[in-house]
Design a protein around this ligand. Structure first.
Ligand SMILES: Nc1ncnc2c1ncn2[C@@H]1O[C@H](COP(=O)(O)OP(=O)(O)OP(=O)(O)O)[C@@H](O)[C@H]1O
Length: 241
């Protein structure tokens, strides 16, 4: 397995909070990888350090064989990161938004418009970003992350807030991208999503990786019925609810 991502000893502290506490991860090229964990487990911070968007206090991440920090423009062109809707350019329509992202990567308007169609936003192409619904803005941010056909895609809770139809459509899209040989890394709170999409998952809590493996193997290893049971068992969430 050629590694698309190798992270070693990643750490990040915010004041009193040790958000990430020594994370090692390896993701193979073409793999669909999920990062699971309760709120505050350190998933987003880990992803941001791997992406090269946040400087680790310690440790290193290599993407496609290259260190992701300090920031590396050539590398950033090869990866797609789903940014929060708040990162949109102000007052632009959905179409202008994605065309602007596309042009930053030297990608033409045709491809940008096609991506808008892929995420079902053609009808909203003329709508300003601040007038899109939460789910529509979410789909636009995903389209922007994919517009330059990146080799490696990072998505932070991509289906949160989407209606069931949009969620299934996004699953299909992510499967297609992955089948075309792209590596996909996502965080999710939906265990069915992780079970359906991911080749392997890492379960995190309190800044550490507790277990990594294919969902089915983790279920078998712990002798439980589902990935949700694995999650609850490892993170002790049944007592916190
Ligand atoms: N910029 C920041 N400044 C201070 N503390 C932060 C910052 N970002 C995250 N934290 C803290 O670090 C810890 C890990 O946060 P992180 O967002 O990485 O977790 P997460 O697993 O992605 O959580 P969630 O599932 O809720 O999105 C939390 O305790 C959070 O409050």
């Amino acid at each position: 397995m050629t590694a698309a991502i190798i992270a070693r000893g990643l750490r990040k502290r915010y004041g009193d909070v040790q958000a990430v506490d020594g994370v090692d991860l390896e993701v193979g090229t073409g793999e669909f990888f999920g990062i699971l964990g309760p709120n505050g487990a350190g998933k987003t911070t880990t992803m941001e350090m791997i992406e090269g968007l946040r400087q680790p206090d310690a440790g290193e991440a290599r993407l496609l064989g290259t260190p992701s920090w300090p920031r590396n423009r050539a590398l950033l062109r090869r990866i797609g990161v789903q940014l929060q809707a708040s990162a949109f350019f102000e007052k632009l329509s959905a179409r202008e938004q994605i065309r602007t992202f596309a042009s930053l990567y030297g990608v033409g308007d045709d491809r940008a418009d096609a991506m808008l169609e892929t995420v079902g936003l053609t009808e909203k192409a003329g709508t300003r970003e601040d007038r899109l619904s939460g789910g529509q803005a979410q789909r636009l941010s995903i389209a922007c992350a994919l517009v330059h056909d990146p080799e490696l895609v990072f998505l932070d809770e991509p289906t949160t807030g989407l209606d069931p139809q949009a969620r299934r459509n996004l699953w299909d899209l992510l499967r297609e991208i992955n089948s075309a040989g792209r590596t996909v890394v996502l965080t999710t709170h939906y265990m069915d999503e992780a079970e359906t999409l991911c080749d392997r998952v890492a379960v995190m809590d309190a800044g550490r990786v507790l277990r990594v493996g294919p969902p089915r193997e983790l279920v078998a290893e712990l002798g439980v019925d589902s990935l949700e049971d694995v999650f609850l068992r490892l993170t002790g969430q049944e007592w916190r609810e």
